[in-house]
Design a protein around this ligand. Sequence first.
Ligand code: ZN
Length: 196
Amino acid sequence: MIEIPCHCGNIIESDMESQIDLSAESSLYAKIVDGDFMKFRCPECGNELKTEVPVHLYDKPAGVDLQFLPELERSNFLSGNIKPIAVRVAIGYPELVEKIVIAGAKLDDRIIEIIKFRMLEKAERNDIRIYLSSIENGTLIFHIHGLKPDQLGVSRIPENTYKKIETELDGLLENDDIKLFTEGPYVSVSRIYLED
Ligand SMILES: [Zn+2]
């Protein structure tokens, strides 16, 4: 059980588990992507609260083993104070959505991060965030946050780009620049593009 303090002073008690088997609760995939996961309604004031709590999500048949950490725990994790307990780690809700989109499409998150790495290199900016948002007819749709205030950028990457990287993947993973964000459970280009 987790407890979420509401602005009204009430404490919302939720029966959300700290470990969730997605294979037994497949509706959670859509719920996460739609932003409805970890959303709670206060029975006292009716307010809807979105929160981030650590949770371990897994789906053995689908090969998903994901440790979610709240954005607030990012530096704690990066400095080694939080030990990984799953094959993959996601920090903050947007990364969770992205990992779930990747899992749902049976893609390799290392390839997705390499695509993002190249986009960030080209943009020559470290103040933007890129997330895989969906796959439409084989085209990878990336959302780019921070290009312009209050405006979402969209980048469409053809499936062939993904497939080309897939054929080169073993070699790419030996590259020191790429190792920095593909090694270990936290596969995320933010490791090199989000340094404080
Ligand atoms: Zn309330």
